[in-house]
Write a protein of this length. Sequence first.
Length: 303
Amino acid sequence: MNLDKQLYADIDAKVADATTKTATAQRHLDRREWPQAATALESIFHPAFRPADLYDRATAFRDGKKSVNGLGMEFALVPKGTFWMGGGDGKCGDKQVTIEQDFHMGVYPVTQEEWQAIMGTNPSHFRKGGGGADKLSGISDGDLKRFPVESISWNDCQVFIQKLNEKLKDAGYRYCLPTEAQWEYACRGAATTQEGCSWNYYFQTPTNTLNQQQANTSEAGLGRTTKVGSYKPNSLGLYDMHGNIWEWGAEWSDSKQKYCILRGGAWNHVSSNSRAGYRRFRYDPSDANDGSTGFRLCFSLDR
C-alpha cells in the first residue's frame, strides 16, 4: 500500500512539474525566446505531457523553419522543389512546376492590426464601425485585431507592400505577394510526388473532403471572417490556406484578357472553391470586394 501511495505521489509530482514547465515555456514563447521554450518543454518527463502545439511552435522557430519580422508577422520556410499544379480528387495536375529557391510565406493572412500599423486605416467590412459590425457581437477587441484584413484590392496590396519594405528595409528582406505557383505549392505542404499533389485540402494529413471544423467556408455557417489561426494548419504550419478569405496572387494572367488570380476560398463560398487547385479570377485590380478578399505575404533575402 505504501508503494502505491509513493507511486501516485511521484506521478502527481511529475504532472505538477510538467504544468509548471509548460507555463514557463509559454512565457518564453510570449517573449519569442524560442530555444528556452523548447528546452523547458523537452525537460518534461514524458512527451505525452508536452503540449504538441507549443512544442511545434518553439522548435520551428528555434530550428529556423519559422521566423518573425519587426512587425511581429510570422513566416514559415517553404523548401524548393518540383510539383504538379491543379490536382485534386485523387488525381495530380498535368502542369509540372519547379520552385527553384526556398522562400518564406506568411503563417497567417495579413491581419487588421498589421494593416493598421502600416497604413493607419482599416478598410475591413468585419470591424467595429464597419458594414459587418453586427456579426461581431461578443468578440473581444484583442481577437478582432487578429481578424484578417479584407475588402482590399490588388492595388491596395501593392501600396502596403511598398510601405512595409520601406519600414523594414534594414532587416534585409523583400516582401511581395506569392506567385500562383508559390501559393499552391505552399498550400500543398511542399508536396513533390504525384500522389502528394493529388489532394483537395491540406492539413497535417491531406484529404479530399472538408468538414465544418476544418475551415471557415459557407458550410461552417459563421457568416463572417474569423480570427486567423482558428483552424488547424497544414504540414508547413501555414494557417487558413482553405477558407476565411480569398488571397491575392502576385502575377497577372497571360491570356489576351488580363486578370488577377485569387486563391484559397472564403467564408462566403462553398468548400469546393477552397481546394488547393482552385483558381478564381478578378478582372479589375482596383476591386476591393465586400469582406472576402485579403492576402498573405512572402519574403526573400534582399542581399
